[in-house]
Ligand binder design. Sequence first.
Ligand code: SF4
Length: 338
Amino acid sequence: MQKRTLVGKNLSELKQLSQELGMPAFAGKQMCEWVYQKRVTDFSDMTNISKQNREKLSKECEVGVVAPMHQVVSSDGTEKYLFRLHDGHTIETVYIPDRERATLCVSSQVGCKMNCLFCMTGKQGFQRNLTPAEIMNQILAVPHSEQLTNIVFMGMGEPTDNLDSVLTVIDILTASWGMAWSPKRITLSTVGIRKGVKRFLDESKCHLAVSLHAPDGRRARYMPAEKAFPISDMIAMLREYDFSHQRRLSFEYIMLRGVNDSLEDAAKLSELLKGLDCRVNLIRYHAIPGISLQSSSDAVIEAFRDELNKRGVVATIRASRGEDVSAACGMLASQKGE
Ligand code: SF4
């Protein structure tokens, strides 16, 4: 008999589980505290639950924190983990320490439907959505879990394509019965699927990052999602939301040599984003096998940033991290996967 997993369940699900097992509903709240706040992984340590109920729990359930199967550490401190799932699929999670911040980049799907040209995960095709348990496990099972300051949904998969699971995890991370994090510590990155982004903005208070990568129709060459979900529609919708206070809006822009990195592109980009409270993150391209794209040079990236800043768009260059451990999304799973 397959045991039921506690990790990934919210308060009402754990209350319901308690009742199904003939335990009082308040045991659900106690389990939330043990799993998400005290980080206990063994039922015998849940000492405010009666011995009889703990025995019942260990017979029927598992906490469900499963360590990564493989780990690589970059010379810059970035750590990349590979998790093997119950069906043999593998997913990646990346830990990025940076001065006082410790960010975890989590995956939301096995593979991805979006097929962005510059992404190794896109090349693997789509296998399935991750469950809330599989997403939460990445957060709870990495070695530095208790030091994490930020979570970004920027790993394998398009998080708005698995929004039920992602919103459940955000609930666990931010609720007082869960980990009680501020939503300002969480960012969701998306290609910009209108319906999903709207629901995310309406149902959470977390930050949003939209992958842009080209200021015009050329975007479709690198991001096929542009054909079904034009960035112009996305930006029109984003103008209806307030990003001037707590919630931050950013645009990710991978700098590709001779493709999207001219000063004319910077001018077009500033026109596209005119009047939006946002920032642009310029990212060096991590080469992936079989794709001939190259990163722009540092000088070109700096000139692009300066041009955007001159035109009133806040732009920063994101430091390249973990290149020696194949930190580009999906690389490790391709090398080590089944
Ligand atoms: S970049 Fe993100 S959305 Fe695009 S294929 Fe890769 S995982 Fe999917």
